[in-house]
Design a protein around this ligand. Structure first.
Ligand code: FAD
Length: 332
């Protein structure tokens, strides 16, 4: 088997690198050094999402895979990246008759601890959820990079898909840049820009993640992330004044007036088909792992394990994840 060159060291490439490391498969991890969306992501992991209180497909499976995976890395690196969190899910009073039923009896019910007797938000009901978490994505990436650097497995530089040797298996994990540049082949993508705020708010004293009308998440030491905007049409990747205005409104709504801005950032979510990842070999020398969408922290451990199994064991990758199934479907 040829050694792998993993192109891109965001969440996708780094999770795949760990899978290879754990299975003693030879690889190198190369990145252009241009910051991808992983460095912006809040790392939220949330069982009940969207306006309609939808449970992401296979949430329990992906959560279990993510928890085991990140905790194994924590034990090896001696640092914490995985933070289990309770969630307060808000539902507008006017929607509670319909969505509250879902929370009591539908598929969301599995993740509900209880409806709070008194909601801190007068216009919304509040449901307490379990099995939420936050991945400290930046810390996970920087600690992983240091570890792989110590083992001589990291390189810097932009890899050109047109100019490759056939001594290595190239696995393209380029995130939104890879999708928008159509690398290594043409994708049908719906990449979406997002802006996010980090604030310092000692007065908020919130230990739970708040979701349901945008979100905010405590990240320790009285700091919070607040987000996020969602734009399919954008002409640059920098933070904007209108994005900031929206984020300040969300911060006031979910936290309160009393805070100071630490950081305002923007990134592009790598999205294909129904916001589900795509992974697998597309030729003997080439594989892809992309399309992590808004849930990369949750699904990357599961998806990267399947990709590693395909490469190392020759296992057939399931059709919902399979890159060959994806490229066949868009060619039709
Ligand atoms: C505002 C915002 C908030 C988000 N919040 C969350 C959240 O709460 N939870 C969650 O799970 N997800 C969240 N996401 C989504 C998350 O960022 C993605 O799911 C995930 O991080 C994408 O990881 P990636 O490795 O595919 O891409 P990236 O992080 O973009 O990494 C790709 C890397 O590949 C490199 N690269 C590309 N092409 C080449 C090349 N030719 N040669 C060398 N290197 C190359 C790039 O420089 C980059 O470093 C959020 C995204 C945004 C924008």
């Amino acid at each position: 088997m040829k050694p792998a060159t993993i192109v891109g060291s965001g969440t996708a490439g780094t999770c795949l690198a760990w899978q290879f490391w754990f299975r003693a498969f030879p690889f190198r991890l190369i990145d252009s050094g241009i910051t991808g969306s992983s460095h912006v992501a809040a790392g939220l992991i949330n069982p009940v999402s969207g306006k309609n209180c939808t449970v992401p497909e296979d949430y329990a499976l992906h959560y279990a895979a993510a928890e085991t995976f990140y905790q194994k890395i924590e034990a090896l690196l001696g640092t914490q990246v995985w933070h289990p969190l309770e969630i307060i899910r808000l539902i507008a009073q006017r929607d509670d008759a319909k969505l509250g039923k879902k929370m009591r009896e539908g598929d969301a019910a599995e993740w509900v601890v209880r409806k709070l007797d008194e909601s801190p938000w007068s216009d919304a009901c509040a449901y307490l959820l379990h099995h939420g978490a936050r991945l400290d994505v930046s810390h996970f990436l920087s600690e992983s990079r240091s570890f792989f650097l110590q083992h001589g497995l990291v390189g810097t530089g932009e890899i050109n898909a047109e100019n490759l040797d056939d001594k290595n298996l190239h696995i393209w994990c380029g995130g939104a840049k890879g999708l928008m540049d159509q690398v290594p082949v043409a994708w049908q993508h719906r990449c979406a820009k997002g802006e996010i705020l980090t604030v310092h708010a000692p007065a908020w004293k919130q230990e739970r993640m708040i979701t349901g009308r945008n979100w905010m998440v405590p990240i320790g030491h009285d700091h919070y992330k607040v987000g996020a905007s969602y734009e399919w049409v954008f002409d640059h990747i920098e933070p904007t004044a209108s994005g900031l205005e929206l984020l300040l409104r969300i911060a006031r709504d979910l936290g309160g007036e009393d805070f100071s801005i630490v950081k305002h950032e923007a990134g592009i979510r790598p999205i294909v088909r129904k916001s589900k990842p795509v992974a697998g070999l597309i030729s003997p020398n080439c594989g892809v792992f992309n399309g992590l969408g808004s849930k990369g922290s949750l699904t990357a451990p599961w998806a990267s394990a399947h990709l590693a199994a395909e490469i190392i064991d020759g296992t057939t990758i399931e059709s919902g994840l399979s890159a060959s199934a994806y490229f066949a479907s868009i060619a039709r």
